[in-house]
Design a protein around this ligand. Structure first.
Ligand code: ASP
Length: 339
C-alpha cells in the first residue's frame, strides 16, 4: 500500500517530465539525475540487442522495470541462444527448465525457477511479483500460474537442443567449461555463456533489474542456480544501486553474490571494486576450484557509474545510454587467461 501510494506520488510529480521527454529525452534525463541517465547495462554480447530494446522504453521516459522486462525478452526469444529462454538447452533428462527473477525500485521482486513449457520466464516472474503475495514459484506450480495468467504453454525443446542433448548423452559428463557452457556457440559470438542479467536506471533515477537463464546445460533435473534467487543472481536497492551475476550459480549462491556487491557499494566501493571483492571472496574460499570456473558480476550505482569483474578473462558486458547504444566492454578478471 505504501509502495503504491509512493509510486503514484512519484508518477504524478514526474508526469510533466515524461511529457518533456517526448521532445528531448536527453534534456529530461539531465534535469532529473546526475550522470548520463537513463542507462541500461547487461551481461555478455547478447546484452547489446537486449539493451537496445530496453532503451526504447528508457528513451521515451518509461520505467526501468518495463525496460528490463522488455530487454531480456529479446534473448529469451532468440532461437540461436541456447542459454536463455525459448531455445535453451535441456537438463540431463531432456527437460528445458527456465529460471528468472525481477526486482523494482521499491524492493518488490518476483521469481520463477525450474519452470517448463513457458517461453518468457521473466514475464511470469513479474506476474508473481505483481499478482501474488509471494516472491517465488517453482516447477509445475510456476507453469500452472503462468497458464492461469493467460500465457500459452509450448514445447521448448528445439530440434537443435535435442540433437545437442543426445550428443551429450553419449558421454553424459557434466563439466561446465569456462565461458563456453555449450559446445555449440551462437553464430557470430566469441562466447556462449548463459545468463542475461540486466540493470537499468530510468529518467526518474529509479533502478530495476532482471535476470533470466536456462541455467547450466545438462544439469540435474530440478537444479536451480543463482539466476532466479534474489540476492544471488540479482539485487537492487534504489538508494544504492543494483548488481547481477553470471557463471557457475552454485558459487554465487554460496556467497550471496549480488546482495554482497550492493552492500559493498553502500559502504562506498565503486561498482567495479565491489564486483572484484565479491569475486575475491569466491576465490579465497575455493582457490583450487576457482581456477577452473567462471563467475562474473556486473553492477551499477545510483549515479549510473558501472563496473564488472570476473574470475576468468572472457566476461563481457553491454552498455547503452544516450551517447552510445551498442557498447560491449570486456570485464576485468582475476585470472588473465581462461584455463
Ligand atoms: N548463473 C547461471 C546458473 O548457474 C549460469 C550462467 O550464468 O552461466 O544457472
Amino acid at each position: 500500500m505504501f509502495n503504491r501510494r509512493k509510486f503514484l506520488r512519484i508518477s504524478a510529480v514526474s508526469a510533466s517530465i515524461t511529457a518533456l521527454s517526448k521532445y528531448s529525452t536527453v534534456k529530461a534525463a539531465d534535469l532529473i539525475a546526475p550522470g548520463n541517465l537513463p542507462i541500461v547495462i547487461s551481461t555478455w554480447d547478447f546484452g547489446i540487442a537486449a539493451n537496445k530494446e530496453a532503451w526504447k522504453t528508457l528513451a521515451s521516459g518509461g520505467r526501468a522495470l518495463d525496460a528490463v522486462e522488455a530487454g531480456v525478452k529479446i534473448p529469451e526469444a532468440d532461437m540461436n541462444n541456447h542459454t536463455v529462454g525459448r531455445a535453451g538447452y535441456p537438463d540431463r533428462d531432456g527437460h528445458v527448465t527456465l529460471d528468472a527473477c525481477i526486482m523494482d525500485e521499491f524492493g518488490n521482486c518476483g521469481s520463477v525457477a525450474a519452470m517448463e513449457n513457458i517461453a518468457h520466464p521473466i514475464t511470469v516472474a513479474r506476474l508473481v511479483m505483481e499478482k501474488t503475495p509471494h516472491v517465488m514459484l517453482v516447477g509445475d506450480g510456476a507453469t500452472q500460474f503462468a497458464v492461469e495468467q493467460g500465457i500459452k504453454k509450448e514445447k521448448l525443446l528445439t530440434p537443435e537442443s535435442e540433437e545437442a542433448w543426445k550428443k551429450w548423452l553419449v558421454k553424459a559428463e557434466y563439466s561446465p567449461k569456462i565461458n563456453i557452457e555449450n559446445e555449440q556457440r551462437r553464430p557470430g559470438s566469441k562466447y556462449n555463456h548463459d545468463t542475461i542479467g540486466m540493470l537499468a536506471i530510468d529518467v526518474k533515477g529509479n533502478i530495476s533489474g532482471a535476470c533470466t537463464t536456462s541455467g547450466m546445460a545438462f544439469k540435474l533435473h530440478g537444479r536451480v542456480g543463482d539466476s532466479p534467487i534474489i540476492g544471488a543472481g540479482l539485487y537492487v536497492d534504489n538508494e544504492v544501486g543494483g548488481a547481477t551475476s553470471t557463471g557457475v550459480g552454485e558459487e554465487v549462491i554460496r556467497n550471496v553474490g549480488s546482495f554482497l556487491v550492493v552492500e559493498l557499494m553502500r559502504q562506498g566501493y565503486s561498482p567495479e571494486d565491489a564486483c572484484k571483492e565479491a569475486v575475491n571472496r569466491i576465490i579465497k574460499k575455493k582457490p583450487v576450484a576457482a581456477k577452473n570456473l567462471q563467475v562474473g558480476f556486473l553492477a551499477i550505482n545510483k549515479k549510473g557509474e558501472y563496473g564488472a569483474y570476473a574470475i576468468q578473462e572472457g566476461f563481457s558486458f553491454a552498455v547503452c545510454d544516450s551517447k552510445k547504444q551498442d557498447l560491449l566492454i570486456p570485464g576485468k578478471s582475476f585470472y588473465k587467461e581462461s584455463k
